[in-house]
Design a protein around this ligand. Structure first.
Ligand SMILES: Nc1nc2c([nH]c(=O)n2[C@H]2C[C@H](O)[C@@H](COP(=O)(O)OP(=O)(O)OP(=O)(O)O)O2)c(=O)[nH]1
Length: 134
């Protein structure tokens, strides 16, 4: 049986732009785009895991808001349960550590990147939400 992997991702919003991060080439899903974040550890809530991951990966602190989307996607290496949350930067600016590249894009530009498959529902939801606001 495949292992279940619980993952959180931060949809960091600054004005009308969203932070996108490109995965390293030595990782699973090499070179695909994702929301910064990672696996939830045993003792963590989704929010505390997200806060820790953003601190570790981006060297900044965020305020975590509403859930954007929850998706379950079966990869060859396991079943990823991905929950994404709206976040605002409250301290520091994101820096590159383990990602290859970061980009700030508008919601309707997100689909220009090649995203990890588990992220597609969140990308579509963000695009719809943005269209309603316009
Ligand atoms: N952080 C993050 N991970 C995602 C997203 N979408 C998606 O399918 N994933 C997958 C990639 C990884 O398999 C897993 C996140 O684990 P991680 O970020 O802690 O793991 P990792 O890449 O450092 O290590 P590994 O999977 O290469 O072992 O979830 C996303 O938007 N953000």
């Amino acid at each position: 049986m495949k292992k279940n992997i619980r993952v959180v991702g931060a949809v960091i919003i600054d004005g009308d732009k969203i932070l996108c991060a490109q995965r390293g080439m030595e990782k699973s899903l090499p070179g695909l785009w994702e929301f910064p974040g990672g696996k939830i550890e045993e003792t963590e809530t989704p929010q505390s895991a997200l806060q820790r991951e953003i601190q570790e990966e981006m060297h900044c602190r965020v305020e975590i808001g509403e859930q954007v989307e929850h998706t379950v996607y079966e990869y060859d290496f396991g079943i990823v349960h991905l929950t994404t949350f709206y976040c605002q930067l409250v301290e520091g600016t994101p820096v590159l550590t383990e990602h290859i590249e970061i980009q700030w894009l508008k919601a309707d530009e997100l689909e220009q990147l090649e995203w990890a498959p588990a992220d597609i529902p969140a990308i579509e939801k963000l695009k719809r939400t943005y269209q309603i606001q316009k």
